[in-house]
Design a protein around this ligand. Sequence first.
Ligand code: MD6
Ligand code: FE
Length: 210
Amino acid sequence: MNLFSQLAAEPTHEEIFPGTVLMRGLALPQDAEFFASVGVILSAAPLHPATTPSGLPMSVMVSDCGTPEAFRRRWDPQNPSVRKLWPAMPRVLSDFAIRCAVRSGFPHFRPDTCHINRYQAGTKLGIHQDRHEFDLHQPIVSISLGLECIFLLGGFQRTDKTKHILLEHGDVIVWGGPSRMRFHGVQPLKPDHHPLTGPYRYNLTFRKVA
Ligand code: MD6
Ligand code: FE
C-alpha cells in the first residue's frame, strides 16, 4: 500500500452543518464484529416491517435493542409484532457509539437504545424529523453497514432543500445540538451486493430515549 491508498482509507471528519459530523470509514476496522453483533440482536428480536404513524407497513425492516426503560418509553401498542422486551445492547456497539459521539463534540452521550433499519433494492425512507426522544439535547449516532445509499439532509421545514450525501459501508454520522431537528430521509436503494451484508444496507441509530 502506498501513502495515497493509505490516506484514502483514513476516516474523515467533515462538519456538514454545525452539529452534524460525518466520519467516513470510521467503523471499517470493526465492521465484521459490528455486523456479527447485529446478527445476535436480530436472532433475539427479529426484523419486522416498520409501520407508519397510522399503522401501515413500510418497506424498511426494523428491530431494536436497549434497556427496559428505553423499551417502555418507545413501546408502541399499535405494533403487536413487538411485545417482548428488547435484548440488551451489545457492549462493542455502545462503546463504539460513545467514542463516535466524543469525537464529534458530545462527550456526555450514553445511548440506551440502538435502532436497526434494513433496506434492500427499492427501499426508501421518507423525509422525517426524529422528535420522539425524551431529551433533544442528546445527539444521535448513526452507522451505515453494507450497501450504499443517498442520504437526504435538509433543514427545519419539510420542504427545505436537501443535501445529497453518499453514505457507504463503515460511514458514521453524528448529529446533535443545532442540527438535531433537521429533516432527513433515504432515497430508494439501488440493487447491489455487498461482501458482508449481501443485498442489504443496515443502518444503526444510537439514542438516549429514556
Ligand atoms: C438511515 N437514518 O440512515 C436512516 N435519523 O437509514 C435516520 O433516519 C437517522 O441516520 C437520525 C439520525 C441519524 C440517522
Ligand atoms: Fe431519522
